[in-house]
Design a protein around this ligand. Structure first.
Ligand code: FMN
Length: 339
């Protein structure tokens, strides 16, 4: 075990922090504004494609847009070409992010086919060159984000993290699932704990934190430097609220997972209204409403709402539709707890 690492502290992220993961298709500025209102402090923008950024794509630049009120902001690059990665890192530096991450975990076939995302885990030497390209192009701290390889063993990840560290990476996030698992199913916390113990740099633990119980389990069994949350926050910004303050189980974690207290109906409707308002203000009416519908549906998921509410959510195209949905929801039973 790297004993000195137990004491190591990152200048850009406090120990024990809860960080919003990069979330393509969701984690844009409107999403982060709602999450900040529930107590989120540390957040990544969704990944940006190094090739698109290198040719100045405005659409890609928009994905990384930072809000004036965002005190802490991380960006992530997906790519496997050191030259393009360096150019992207230079451009992203103009946003003054707190940290710049390299994606080595994306399992999407269109990303893997290009040798990017989780395909990079098989090539530690390439990882080293890409990280070096970033650390030479920017003075912003550089991190990497990996996931388990198909075998689910610790050794390949430790090797890749070592290569990243040798090229100047300050920390590594590790998602404790294999590529085949994509974003769901059981997480291998024992493997993650092994990686944490052997890593030469601090590890941010990721995967399956859907409630306070899961967070406590991760902190206790894995002992990561910090924790990253993703799917558990989509349609559920209240997760951040439940992850602050003292542990509700000072005498030990209950054996079975416990769901967080649900939001009230009024909180849920209020958050949906704010989310829609922020999204429409950011993208305009025409693309704002379609973008926000999939997120509204995620707010309702697993909360016990009737199908009439879900159907109304899938048709929200105007303020009047939103008012109608709010009316339906406020006449429903209170939301159920969910994972
Ligand atoms: C909709 C969605 C979009 C994602 N986008 C990204 C991304 O842009 N970059 C990245 O590194 N991981 C991305 N991920 C993976 C998450 O960051 C995270 O590693 C994974 O979901 C595991 O965390 P969880 O169990 O808390 O959801 C995405 C996941 C989801 C569900």
């Amino acid at each position: 075990m790297h004993g000195d690492l137990q004491e190591a502290s990152l200048a850009f992220l406090p120990r024990g922090a809860v960080v919003l993961a990069p979330l393509s298709g969701f984690g844009d500025l409107p999403f982060r504004r709602i999450a900040r209102a529930s107590g989120m402090q540390y957040a990544f923008a969704p990944m940006v494609d190094a090739s698109a950024l290198a040719i100045g794509s405005k659409r890609t630049q928009r994905i990384a847009e930072r809000g004036e009120e965002e005190d802490w902001f991380g960006v992530q690059i997906v790519g496997a070409d050191p030259e393009r990665i360096a150019r992207s890192a230079e451009w992203l530096t103009s946003l003054r992010p707190d940290v710049m991450d390299l994606n080595m975990g994306c399992p999407a076939p269109k990303v893997r086919r290009k040798g990017q995302g989780c395909a990079m885990l098989e090539h530690p030497e390439l990882v080293g060159r890409c990280v070096r390209a970033m650390t030479q192009a920017t003075d912003v701290p550089v991190t990497v984000k990996a996931r388990l390889t198909p075998e689910g063993a610790a050794a390949p990840i430790i090797e890749v993290v070592q290569a990243a560290a040798d090229s100047g990476a300050s920390a590594a996030t590790v998602h404790a699932r294999t590529p085949r698992q994509r974003y769901g199913g059981p997480v291998q916390l024992d493997v993650l704990a092994e990686i944490v113990r052997a890593s030469p740099i601090p590890v941010i633990g990721n995967g399956g934190v859907y409630s306070r119980w899961h967070y406590e389990q991760m902190m206790c069994d894995v002992r990561p430097y910090a924790v990253m949350v993703a799917g558990g926050v989509i349609g559920n910004p209240w997760l951040f609220r439940s992850l602050t303050g003292e542990s509700p189980w000072p005498d030990g974690l209950p054996e079975k997972p416990v769901a967080d207290a649900p939001p009230t109906l009024e909180e849920l409707v209020g958050a949906i209204r704010s989310q829609v308002a922020e999204t429409v203000a950011f993208y305009g009416q025409e693309s704002g409403y379609p973008r926000t519908r999939k997120l509204i549906i995620r707010y309702l998921k697993g909360r016990g709402f009737p199908s009439t509410a879900r159907v109304a959510a899938s048709h929200v195209s105007s303020q009047a539709d939103l008012d109608e949905l709010a009316k339906i929801l406020l006449a429903c039973r209170p939301p159920l707890p969910r994972f």
